[in-house]
Design a protein around this ligand. Structure first.
Ligand code: EPZ
Length: 418
């Protein structure tokens, strides 16, 4: 199993370019199931979750090609197997994103019920309720959810009891081919939802309101092929910016859209970080002292849960007490005991982590438990005195493209070891 060896306290200098968004690419790939024509997606990151999703589409019957340019070409001329099997769903919950597109395109879909995951229960009941509102019959048997709509889906109003990102995406895709108008109420407003709507509109869908909590979709009979460039990964951008701040460095994070992580920018400034943004980059300048600030995760445009662990790593070195509240997932503090092994002073009380700083972090052997927890440990190790060994970095490989090469390219002492 791969590990990272990181020698901390090396100042970074130079430019860190952000890759395309993993969480935007996943629904974009699923959307390719909605048309028999080829779709070309640019800036799809080379990360493990994307490989898993591409494998799933091949399983469904699509032809998938990585082009020399790095783009991905997907052609789902025929859907031979409208199913997401257990083997794939158990490794990645986002594979349930094919439920809506398969039901809409073929009138039938079979998706393995996702189990729990390290950050929370992660049910998909809201996807299922939504599909039922669009006229599908859904039942669960033998560990699978089976949706049937032999006469096609019908537009309807779907009110989400709770805001769900992939639920909104799944239902938006399903509604593009439903008869009549669908309204998604209390929809997610994440940039990834807006990006997906942009792709679907290029494919011929009629969608308004993406980016607000009310999305309206007028169904069409068919969608067609197109080309689309995925938005930059806002979570990777935020992670790289925090790496610059935690190492007191002069770095520029480029090819990103700071507006997509405005809540993080606000918190960074409140903490005293010197971060200067343009429309496509963030410049980081060294500071000697950071102040603790409180933070609560919320749906977009609030502070992203996917940046909570990284922000906590930053707060370990800030002066004062920081209250960090996790509102989206019930078990997303797996990084806390590992950060504590590196000298951080953190106490958990229910949904709140109380970070007392500044702590002087020291290198240690630590274990990655999930994607963003791994990112926070990389950040802590970059700032810590001495050497750290991070075990189970396959979690990191799910969502960060060549992270060790990117960081080593600006002077970090990081290497992958077997
Ligand atoms: C997306 O997951 C992201 N994944 C996650 O990124 C991200 O953490 C999350 O949104 C929140 O921003 C992708 O986009 C592929 P949700 P998703 O449905 O859509 C509850 C990362 O690190 N809920 O918005 O699965 C759920 O349990 C990952 O890249 C239901 O109760 O999250 C959670 O508490 C991890 N029933 C809340 O809603 C449902 O049917 C929000 O989850 C669906 C969700």
């Amino acid at each position: 199993m791969d590990k990272f060896r990181i020698l901390g306290r090396e100042p970074l200098s130079g430019t860190l370019a952000v890759s395309g968004s993993k969480n935007s690419s996943l629904p974009a790939i699923a959307a390719c199931l909605l048309t028999e024509e080829p779709v070309i997606l640019h800036r799809v990151p080379r990360v493990r979750d994307i490989d898993t999703m591409l494998k799933l589409l091949e399983y469904n019957g699509a032809t998938v090609k990585r082009l020399a340019s790095g783009a991905v070409r997907i052609e789902a001329r025929k859907i031979s197997n409208p199913e997401a099997p257990y083997e794939i769903v158990k490794t990645m919950r986002a594979s349930s994103l094919v439920l809506g597109p398969l039901a809409a395109r073929t009138g039938t879909a079979r998706v393995s019920v996702p189990g729990g995951c390290s950050i929370g229960a992660r049910p998909i009941n809201l996807h299922i309720n939504g599909l039922e509102h669009l006229g599908a019959t859904v039942h669960q048997e033998y560990g699978y959810i089976e949706a049937a709509a032999p006469d096609g889906l019908r537009g309807n109003t779907v009110h989400f009891e709770r805001i769900t990102v992939t639920g909104t995406e799944d239902l938006m895709m399903a509604a593009t081919l439903a008869r009549g108008v669908t309204v998604l109420d209390n929809a997610a407003r994440e940039p990834e939802v807006v990006d997906l709507a942009g792709l679907l509109i290029k494919m011929g869908a009629k969608i308004t309101g993406a980016g607000t909590s009310r999305i309206e979709i007028e169904g069409v009979a068919k969608l067609h092929g197109t080309e689309h460039t995925i938005i930059p990964d806002r979570i990777e951008a935020g992670t790289l910016m925090i790496a610059g701040v935690m190492t007191n460095s002069n770095v520029t994070v480029t090819e990103c859209i700071p507006e997509h992580f405005a809540a993080l920018m606000t918190k960074m400034r409140q903490a005293g970080a010197r971060v200067e943004e343009s429309s496509t980059a963030v410049e980081v300048r060294p500071v000697t002292r950071l102040r603790s600030v409180d933070m609560t995760t919320e749906e977009h445009p609030g502070f992203a849960t996917d940046l909570q662990a990284q922000f906590m790593a930053l707060m370990t070195g800030a002066a004062g007490i920081s209250f960090i509240t996790e509102n989206i997932f019930e078990n997303r503090f797996m990084h806390v005991p590992e950060l504590a092994r590196m000298g951080a002073n953190i106490r958990i009380e229910g949904r709140q982590a109380i970070v007392a700083g500044p702590a002087e972090l020291t290198g240690a052997q630590v274990m990655c438990s999930d994607l963003r927890a791994s990112a926070s440990l990389v950040l802590a190790a970059l700032a810590a005195r001495g050497e750290s060994i991070l075990d189970r970095v396959y979690h990191m490989d799910r969502g960060y493209e060549h992270i060790e090469e990117k960081l080593a390219g600006v002077g970090a002492r990081i290497e992958r070891i077997g």
